[in-house]
Design a protein. Sequence first.
Length: 150
Amino acid sequence: MSDATQHPDADAWDADAWAKACAEDLAAERARRRGTEGPPPGTAAEELRKLVDAVADKVASLRAPLLGAGAQSAVQQFVSQAKAAVEPVIERNPQVFDHLAAAGNELLAAYRSAVEGQERRWTRGPDSHPPRGGKGDDGGPDATEHIDLD
């Protein structure tokens, strides 16, 4: 330690400073993203309530000249009745909406899987033939087999 600028624990100090700086940068980036992305989504019931409120507000703010005053009041009455019918259901059964959202995600994943497999078979082209046994490269059905998704 002949150099006056060297510190006996310089390596340990640098590692701690680096770790602290990285942690501060990560925290700042997370805070920045939270600010730009908005609040995280709530439960499915809360999101449905927000959707109903947004639709009701939008319908209330529309002033279409083609609709008469009677039609506008009928639409507003329908929206308020729908909101009054949905609200108690949301209050009594909030878990149902979470389960429905999860089921919808599972259905979407199954649909994507079926469509992606079919797209792979379609894009292979006519010159690639499946191996013997009528199965495609991915173990799925023959490329000429029709898959009905309805």
